[in-house]
Design a protein around this ligand. Structure first.
Ligand SMILES: NC(=O)c1ccc[n+]([C@@H]2O[C@H](COP(=O)([O-])OP(=O)(O)OC[C@H]3O[C@@H](n4cnc5c(N)ncnc54)[C@H](O)[C@@H]3O)[C@@H](O)[C@H]2O)c1
Length: 292
């Protein structure tokens, strides 16, 4: 039988491997024969992983300690971990969801990802319309930030403009930033060693994070009333399957793809067949509304 995915014997790193999409992905990758380094702030418990590593993506020192335990050559990296921002500060949300992923890539992956390797990040349908000029203008200073400390400082300065910014807006900003930054990385990573970089943009998915999203939307009923053409929420494994595909040899000509896994919700919005409420800027919203 052909090994179409090409994961057999490959070294793969997954963040967020203890729960939801990251756990489901880790299980698939182990089944497909990869040597998986499973990283999370909670002990990842997937049988047969090569190594489980406890790490807090909110801390640069913790990331450095984790990468000291990861091989010097990695074939595929999956940045799945994230927080909703519902019970987190703006800075923490931006740090875990964006700054950590950029830092890991700049500091470790640029040197360690093998020729023809792959990076896949879980962003969100909540980060759609990142390419709108007014939104992109808001994102540009952050993707230019070239170190952990500079990015933290930029986040602090942004928040200081408004007194405070809710973590939930930090979530939107972080996912837009990932989407934009991924597009920016396509050419440099290809020039480097034909490395591919892609994003999976989930719609609402049953995972550890769902209760917080339900809280943000105003309860489980509000979630159930907005299910789109699928008529149900996604399962974590349905995101994991797409992640496994994008990181694999099956997707060898795919880079810079922002793949909405949403059963057509984004397609309906861009076709004008469903309301599109995503093109706003944070500054626009924050300057109109008093923040908590
Ligand atoms: N569930 C949804 O509806 C939904 C929708 C769009 C995008 N997403 C994104 O999907 C990704 C996966 O989340 P999920 O839905 O599987 O939720 P989840 O809560 O089940 O999994 C997230 C994992 O990330 C880990 N994590 C969180 N903060 C961390 C930190 N500081 N350091 C290390 N690990 C940390 C958690 O421990 C957990 O194992 C996230 O990036 C999330 O933003 C989720």
């Amino acid at each position: 039988m052909n090994d179409y995915f090409g994961y057999t014997g490959k070294t793969v790193v997954v963040t967020g491997a203890a729960s939801g999409m990251g756990k489901a992905l880790t299980e698939i990758l182990v089944d497909l024969g990869a040597h998986v380094y499973a990283l999370d702030r909670v002990e990842p418990r997937v049988p047969s992983v090569t190594k489980s590593i406890l790490a807090n993506l909110g801390s640069k020192d913790s990331i450095d300690a984790a990468f000291a335990q990861i091989p010097l050559q990695v074939d595929a990296f999956f940045g799945v971990a994230g927080i909703s921002g519902v019970h987190n500060s703006f800075l923490e949300t931006l740090t875990v969801n964006f700054i950590a992923n950029k830092y890991i890539t700049d500091t470790y992956l640029v040197d360690r990802i093998a020729h023809g390797g792959s990076l896949v990040f879980v962003t969100s349908n909540g980060g759609l319309r990142w390419e709108t000029p007014s939104v992109r203008e808001e994102l540009e200073p952050f993707t230019r930030g070239d170190s952990w400390n500079v990015l933290v400082q930029l986040a602090r300065e942004f928040e200081a403009e408004f007194g405070s910014v809710p973590g939930s807006l930090g979530y939107i900003l972080s996912k837009r930033l990932l989407n934009f930054w991924i597009a920016e990385q396509v050419a440099p990573l290809s020039d480097l060693r034909k490395i591919r970089i892609n994003a999976v943009l989930p719609a609402m998915t049953i995972s550890g994070m769902l209760p917080e999203f339900a809280e943000m939307k105003g309860g489980q009923d509000a979630v159930e009333s907005d299910l789109g053409p699928a008529g149900r929420l996604a399962e974590s494994v349905e995101m994991a399957k797409v992640l496994a595909f994008l990181g694999s040899d099956l997707a060898s000509y795919m880079s810079g793809t922002h793949l909405s896994v949403d059963f057509g919700m984004n397609a309906l919005q861009i076709a004008g067949l469903a309301p599109d409420r995503l093109g706003w800027t944070l500054r626009g919203v924050l300057s109109r509304q008093p923040t908590a």
